[in-house]
Design a protein around this ligand. Structure first.
Ligand code: PHE
Length: 355
């Protein structure tokens, strides 16, 4: 016992004095390692006189447990101390004033896209996407606009190859084709995105934004289209009444087709929506042409529907009183600061769209 007690006393004082993990681990291996003092004592059990063996083994186990427990406790204590020291050092004083930094603004076009998506999602539309670089088939042929169709010239297309097979999409309508080829009807989707035409003046830019809408199901008619657009325009402008007119028009991929204008007036150089006698065209729409449905292997006798393409930039101009489309794409920081939106104020229908 006296030898065991000596070991115990010696290591207890060593343990008391040690204050870092590597020291404690060293003590641990000096005791319990392969040639550790306690391990060696265990080897002695076999050669000790039989009369003393039982007592010795029992004492040895008691001391072993005691030392092991003490070492583990000490390790916990030192680890805790180290964590606390680290926490103390890395403490953040949240009462300090914020560092001055310039917060970015959300571009009115991005804000408008978020608003539009939010409004349509309320009535069951989901969002689809397609690429800016399209093939000629999706952009024209599948949309009932074959080669040499006069509508192709009207689009002022940017072609990307000599064979005129690859182009920058001139509208978001190719997403109709992509969506209908991918899945089976019914469809109820919108597809916002960039579109391109070689055109530039106060109300046209070579790159602009559209949102496509497509609703295909059984027995969908022009009344559904009007109801849907009426709901959308009112929600978007956050008013109960709006001046809106449907003008007969022509698109190869819809029959019948219409264009929709919104009534507005100019007051002190600002646009006021819903009053006055000026009209701004904001969208094209119609019932999806049976040939388009056939091109995506849908039987037009079983499924019908409507489609629309809204000019996003023009909607944003009307809503936020911006009178030159080109200013959207000037990248003028002062302009963005004035017309931009707080990034944390994401538009939702229940909280209001454009505070
Ligand atoms: N794609 C047409 C355009 O860009 C708009 C449109 C979309 C018309 C869907 C009808 C149906 O002018």
């Amino acid at each position: 016992m006296s030898e065991l007690k000596k070991i115990k006393d010696e290591f207890l004082s060593k343990l008391k004095e040690s204050s870092d993990l590597s020291e404690i681990n060293k003590i641990k291996s000096e005791l319990f390692g392969k040639n550790g003092l306690i391990s060696l004592q265990f080897k002695k059990i076999g050669i000790i006189a039989e009369s003393e063996r039982k007592q010795f083994a029992s004492d040895l186990n008691v001391i072993k447990d005691e030392l092991q427990n003490l070492i583990n406790l000490k390790i916990d204590k030192v680890e805790n101390l180290e964590i606390n020291k680290k926490l103390e050092k890395e403490k953040v004083d949240i009462t300090l004033p914020e560092r001055s930094f310039v917060r970015g603004k959300i571009h009115p076009v991005s804000q408008t896209i978020d608003e539009i998506s939010s409004i349509f999602s309320e009535i069951g539309f989901s969002v689809e996407e397609g690429p800016d670089v399209e093939n000629e088939y999706n952009n024209f042929t599948a949309l009932n606009t074959p080669d040499n169709h006069p509508a192709r010239d009207m689009h002022d297309t940017f072609y990307l190859d000599e064979k005129k097979q690859i182009l920058l999409r001139t509208h978001t309508s190719p997403v109709q084709i992509r969506t209908m080829l991918k899945d089976k009807p019914p469809f109820k989707i919108i597809a916002p995105g960039r579109t391109y035409r070689s055109d530039s003046d106060q109300t046209h830019a070579p790159m602009f934004h559209q949102v496509e809408g497509l609703h295909i199901d059984k027995n969908i008619n022009m009344g559904h289209l009007k109801g849907c657009l009426n709901y959308f325009i009112k929600e978007f402008f956050e008013v109960d009444k709006i001046k809106m007119r449907f003008r007969p028009s022509h698109f190869p991929f819809t029959e019948p087709s219409a264009e929709v204008d919104i009534g507005y007036e100019m007051k002190d150089g600002k646009i006021i929506v819903g009053e006055g006698d000026k009209w701004l065209e904001i969208l094209g729409c119609g019932m999806v042409h049976p040939n388009v449905l056939k091109n995506v292997k849908i039987n037009p006798k079983n499924f019908q529907g409507y489609a629309f393409g809204i000019g996003i930039d023009r909607l944003a101009m009307l809503k936020y009183g911006i009178n030159d489309l080109r200013s959207f794409f000037d990248c003028d920081y002062r302009w963005l600061n004035h017309f931009g939106f707080d990034p944390l104020d994401v538009p939702t229908n229940y909280r209001g769209l454009s505070r």
